[in-house]
Write a protein that binds this ligand. Structure first.
Ligand code: FE2
Length: 287
């Protein structure tokens, strides 16, 4: 096929979209087809490579289960998830930045009181989290909801355990009248994204690392303010600047200060070393 014939084929495919009654779908598919055709021409995709791609995507689909979403992992590791987020929720100086939701969120976890211990028997170093939620003018937001989840201190989530699901490290916490929050959990460990499926195999073929810096997930919401899906990262993680899913940001890095055994911020006596981290969050008012 000559180059002119290749271009003519693309035009023919695009012309068939003329009947599409959904203008947004037409816009999206016109761009997608244009880019995919350009991609095939650009790399001169071979028959074998095309079939490999079909088989790869088939395997990605087969790897998905109700507990595992390999397509999200693939999207994450290709930077697509973060790009979609940046397109729709661009970072604004002075307000809490968003990052990827990840595959381990569980809806409908129970609210626990301020100061609750979310450790739930998880392995890991005790950590006392605190901070303040305010608007972009610095006015405190009372009853802002922090929907929290994290891995344990060796990098595993409750949903990854064998057997029936037992929630650990998850809770909704509401800020007090001064917008303050505090709770206890563990210091999240760096962990690799799942590498036993096709997305992991692709990472290996590309010579890429699978690790993410340790982080605590949060969805922060309050009436009349924009909800933010985000993560609080361990600032001194070696993976902070090479997150396998491109989600880590300096603005979301918290300093986990280590303390010798002694009195914790909650007043309780700790017989082992512990960490404290303070992280303030500013929310934008919704339009
Ligand atoms: Fe995570």
């Amino acid at each position: 096929m000559s180059n002119a014939a290749e271009i003519a084929l693309t035009q023919t495919v695009l012309s068939r979209l003329g009947e599409c009654g959904d203008p947004r779908l037409k816009t999206v598919m016109t761009s997608l087809i244009t880019h995919l055709h350009d991609f095939v021409r650009d790399v001169r995709l071979t028959d074998q490579e095309w079939m490999q791609a079909i088989q790869f995507l088939t395997e990605v689909g087969k790897t998905c289960t109700p507990q595992r979403q390999e397509f999200i992992l693939l999207s994450d590791t290709l930077g697509i998830s973060t790009l979609v987020l940046e397109v729709n929720h661009p970072s604004v100086e002075g307000s809490l930045e968003a990052t990827v939701l990840g595959p381990f969120y569980v809806e409908g976890v129970a609210e626990r009181p301020l100061g609750a211990d979310l450790t739930d028997g998880m392995e890991g170093e005790p950590t006392f989290y605190s901070g303040r939620v305010s608007d972009t003018e610095g006015r405190p937001i009372a009853e802002a909801v922090l929907d929290i989840w994290s891995s344990d201190g060796i990098g595993a989530y409750d949903v990854q355990r064998a057997g029936p699901f037992v929630s650990a490290g998850r809770a909704k916490i509401k800020t007090d009248a001064d917008g303050r929050y505090w709770f206890r959990s563990i210091k999240p460990a760096d962990y690799p994204v799942p590498t036993d499926g096709p997305a992991g195999a692709l990472l290996r073929l590309l010579g890429r690392e699978a690790n993410r810096p340790g982080h605590l997930h949060l969805i922060v919401s309050a009436p009349n303010h924009e909800e933010v899906v985000t993560q609080l990262f361990v600032a001194d993680s070696v993976y902070l600047n090479r997150d396998a899913v491109f989600g880590a940001k300096d603005a979301l890095a918290g300093r986990f200060a280590r303390h010798a055994p002694g009195v914790a911020p909650t007043g309780e006596m700790m017989t082992q070393p512990f960490y404290t981290v303070e992280f303030d969050m500013r929310l934008r008012r919704s339009a």
